[in-house]
Ligand binder design. Structure first.
Ligand code: CA
Ligand code: CA
Ligand code: CA
Ligand code: CA
Length: 295
């Protein structure tokens, strides 16, 4: 069986975690232009680990999750995190085109054990106003209550596509992203597409609360990344005002195109931050490393 066709763009996004709790990492690919089922329905493929058998058999997945209408772009982002706290990773799949580009977040708790429509997920969080929710995900325990919280970017939110990042306190249930989110972090400049990149799973100040990086690669002229230390307020927050630190590019750097948080790069036991600026200089590019712990 061949799972790739022209223009599928298999692997537009990738996620790794243990979906079936067997101790082996599993791989999920997001394929938002996949036409299986219908035009640009999009799919996510689940490959249960260990993956060694796939190298010889070529194209084959274990299970497929599909969008249910044209231009859903299911699989626009795929992410694994234990949102219901049962110790087994859950699968989060974005579909930015759902409902005329309002977008949707599908959450599947428990192992995927059959091909299914994304609309049969455990629960769904829906966007509104052509905000493209489902572009990007990150997760961490931002409030320190022991439940993993989800961050999700809606890059076309607001007038002139300022973008917004929604925070959902775990355990999460379905509904609209506006009603179910505890914190909304809105971009402050036109066409900044904030939330296009997110990173978490890190504790850069060592206080035990996970911290969040929000990227806005086209903010201003050079792009920006913003750090929100865990324990941030609920309600509406604004980039450029409410963050704990910001990292700005200049020129056409597009700082924040890539973000890394959750790794200890200098070996002092505290997580550090990396911000990619691929168009720095004459597009030579630059990666800024910021050591956690206040250095
Ligand atoms: Ca597994
Ligand atoms: Ca779980
Ligand atoms: Ca939490
Ligand atoms: Ca922290």
């Amino acid at each position: 069986m061949c799972i790739r066709d022209s223009n599928d763009r298999l692997g537009w996004d990738l996620g790794v975690g243990d979906l079936n709790g067997d101790g082996q990492d599993d791989l999920v690919t997001g394929n938002p232009w996949d036409n299986e089922g219908g035009y640009d329905y999009g799919t996510a493929f689940v490959f249960y680990g260990p993956l060694s058998s796939y190298s010889s058999s070529g194209d084959s997945y274990d299970y497929k999750l599909s969008g249910d209408s044209s231009y859903d772009y299911g699989g626009s982002d795929v992410f694994l995190a234990d949102l219901d706290g049962d110790g087994i990773d859950d699968l989060i799949v974005g579909a930015v085109g759902e409902a005329s580009y309002d977008g949707a977040i599908y959450v599947l708790t428990g192992p995927v054990s059959s091909d299914a429509s994304l609309s049969a997920s455990s629960y769904v969080l829906t966007g509104s106003g052509t905000e493209l929710i489902g572009t990007e995900f990150a997760a961490g325990d931002f409030d320190g209550d022991g439940n993993i919280d989800l961050a999700a970017g809606a890059t076309y939110y607001g007038s002139n596509d300022r973008g917004q990042t929604y925070i959902f306190d775990g355990p999460i249930t379905g509904g609209t992203v506006a009603s179910q989110s505890s914190t909304q972090i809105e971009g402050s400049t036109s066409y900044s597409y904030s939330g296009a990149t997110l990173a978490s799973g890190c504790d850069v100040d060592g206080d035990g609360l996970d911290d969040l990086l929000v990227g806005a690669p086209t903010n201003g002229s050079g792009g920006s990344a913003y750090l929100f230390l865990g324990g941030f307020a609920s309600g509406s927050l604004a980039l450029g005002t409410d963050e704990n630190a910001n990292f700005d590019g200049d020129g056409d750097d597009e700082a924040g195109t890539s973000l890394l948080c959750g790794h200890d790069l200098n070996g002092d036991g505290i997580d550090d931050i990396a911000v990619g600026s691929p168009y720095d200089g004459s597009d030579e590019g630059e990666v800024g490393i910021f050591f956690g712990g206040g250095e």
